[in-house]
Design a protein around this ligand. Structure first.
Ligand code: ZN
Length: 569
């Protein structure tokens, strides 16, 4: 396969991109379709493919830059206008892409094209074309509106707390607060908001379930579940595999998580451990990175250099090229993510530091995504630049663990405490992630269920997956409504188990890195270089890891984690 010619750039200021002109794009795509129909040889068809792929990369670069600019300064009128233009153009470009994908799928030269490009991209296109049809356009718009309604409702939550005006993300800093009564008060205030808005939250969710069922029916599916799996681009496992995996979490991880929660309760002198204690692992305050940003970044360079391979050189390229935007400021959007500019082969990291351990997690995590994006930048097919979500998160979560030996640079004598906390939180996350997934399967298999029935099912799930939970009479939580704060449940159906699948793989890298750091790092680097050229399980196997769907993987992961926690107690 020919290597992709990338534009030269070393600094964020070098990145430039222009919006497509819709009429010109339509004409260009007609040219591609005509060229493919007229192709008499695989080479002629491939030429069409590469011209189309170059156009897709240009669009991706422009859309990444547009979204990034908007998030960097939501008050900038020009950025906002560009972002509106993107929202308008994207469905048009998607429509053109889907039509061309159909043409490639039915092309007489398909066999030869699969030999040249790999068959995986054809499987991806098969999902894309069955998950979209012009007949569901209005329903899809309705679905987006409902998602926006949820986002706006939740973003509008404000709290007068301890003399400060806080929102749902900033009140989150009290989760780790050493003062237990403040943690409890912050928790009660947070859930009071959800309790007050329960009727509208229930209504939005019921409408979402209905519209998704309608879309699925129009596309010929019996329920939304198989369509949800297609939207997540899952080609190599199904809902039965995921159900078995969740049962393994209950069998092997829940007992360990329960033991961790019990130990947390002992360390805190809290009996029982309450919901507002769950993010705190001892009497001492959480470990803290250096307060000065300049010092933090200097240490960060040392951490990435210390990780080995070419990770340090890559991190310097990102930092020196100002391809990172890490500090919070007014009008900057919240959250953290990694994006990329495929015509230049450069990634970009966006985050909002808050002075806690979160900053260390976020930088390592996003640098993992960025590193993979950079290492696979020469992939000749756009679909192969990034893998599906569960595989993407393997790169990011594993980078957090490869950073472990370097963390003294951030936390000094508290580094070991941080490592225990990081591992404990990773284990505790798995049952929660599985419960969220189990819940969504119930919901889409029973679209007729009302709010009360859904919440009752969630309560059953808590007894199975999160048996240590005590909500202390917070009514919204006692009623089974905690899932309403998990935005994925509303916005991205079935995208949540992905984090747990990735964690299962990242913990395997963690375990290997303790036994053979260099070998584990080499396998990690090789995995990153594969980009998205294979489906999830094939990628996992290529790195010498076991698929989370295999028997006893979680058993081994749990045993190793338990041994580490016992030994460092
Ligand atoms: Zn991530």
């Amino acid at each position: 396969m020919p290597a992709v010619a990338l534009l030269p750039a070393v600094h964020f200021n070098d990145i430039a991109a222009h919006p497509p002109d819709p009429a010109a794009a339509a004409m260009q795509y007609r040219g591609f379709e005509g060229g493919l129909a007229a192709a008499r040889s695989a080479q002629e068809a491939l030429d069409v493919f590469y011209r189309w792929d170059a156009a897709r990369r240009e669009f991706l670069t422009w859309s990444s830059l547009t979204e990034l600019h908007f998030q960097q300064d939501t008050a900038n009128e020009r950025y906002k206008a560009d972002n509106d233009l993107l929202n308008e153009l994207r469905p048009k470009i998607t429509g053109l892409d889907v039509s061309l994908k159909r043409a490639f799928l039915t092309c007489e030269l398909r066999g030869e094209l699969e030999a040249a490009l790999g068959s995986y991209v054809f499987r991806r296109w098969e999902l894309d074309v069955t998950a979209f049809d012009p007949t569901v356009e209005a329903d899809t718009v309705r679905e987006s509106e409902l998602c926006d309604e949820y986002v706006e409702l939740v973003a509008g939550a404000t709290f007068e707390f301890e003399g400060e005006r806080l929102n749902l993300s900033t009140i989150g800093k009290y989760k780790e607060h050493p003062d237990r009564s403040l943690r409890e008060a912050a928790s009660r205030a947070t859930w009071q908001f959800f309790d007050e808005h329960a009727p509208v939250l229930d209504r939005i969710f019921s409408d979402l379930v209905d519209v998704r069922a309608r879309i699925a029916a129009k596309l010929g599916f019996t329920t939304f579940t198989p369509l949800g799996y297609r939207r997540m681009l899952r080609t190599d496992y199904d809902a039965d595999d995921v159900a078995r995996y969740r049962r393994d979490i209950v069998r092997y991880i829940v007992p360990l998580a329960t033991a961790i929660a019990r130990e947390q309760a002992n360390a805190l002198g809290a009996d029982p451990l309450m919901y507002w204690d769950e993010a705190v692992f001892g009497q001492e305050p959480s470990p803290r990175p250096p307060a000065s940003f300049a010092t933090f970044m200097e240490r960060a360079r040392g951490v990435f250099e210390g990780i080995g391979g070419n990770v340090g050189t890559f991190a310097s390229l990102m930092i020196d090229g100002e391809l990172v935007d890490l500090q919070s400021r007014e009008a900057k959007a919240s959250g953290g993510f990694c994006t990329s500019f495929p015509t230049y082969g450069l990634p970009y990291i966006f985050a909002n530091f808050n002075g806690t351990t979160h900053d260390v997690n976020v930088l390592l995590h996003e640098m993992g995504h960025a590193y993979q994006g950079y290492e696979s930048r020469g992939m000749p097919v756009s679909e192969y630049l990034w893998p599906t979500y569960e595989a993407c998160e393997v790169h990011s979560m594993s980078m957090e663990f490869f950073g472990w030996p370097q963390l003294d640079r951030f936390f000094g004598a508290d580094a070991e405490r941080y490592r225990r906390q990081h591992l404990s939180a990773s284990i505790l996350f798995l049952p929660y992630g599985a419960a969220i997934d189990d819940f969504q399967h119930f919901v889409y298999e029973h679209p007729e269920a009302g709010a009360a029935q859904r919440n009752a099912y969630w309560k059953e799930l808590e007894a199975t997956y999160l048996p240590w939970r005590h909500y202390g009479g917070i009514s919204h939580l006692e009623n089974g409504g905690v899932w309403q704060a998990q935005r994925h449940v509303y916005l991205l159906p079935f995208y949540y188990i992905d984090y747990t699948l990735a964690m299962c793989c990242a913990l395997q890298f963690w375990s290997r890195s303790i036994d053979d750091y260099d070998g584990a790092l080499k396998a990690y680097v090789d995995l990153c270089r594969q980009g998205g050229s294979m489906p999830f399980q094939a990628l996992v196997h290529s790195a010498g890891l076991r698929s989370p769907f295999e028997t006893d993987v979680l058993k081994d992961v749990a045993e190793r984690a338990a041994a580490f926690l016992a030994q460092t107690r």
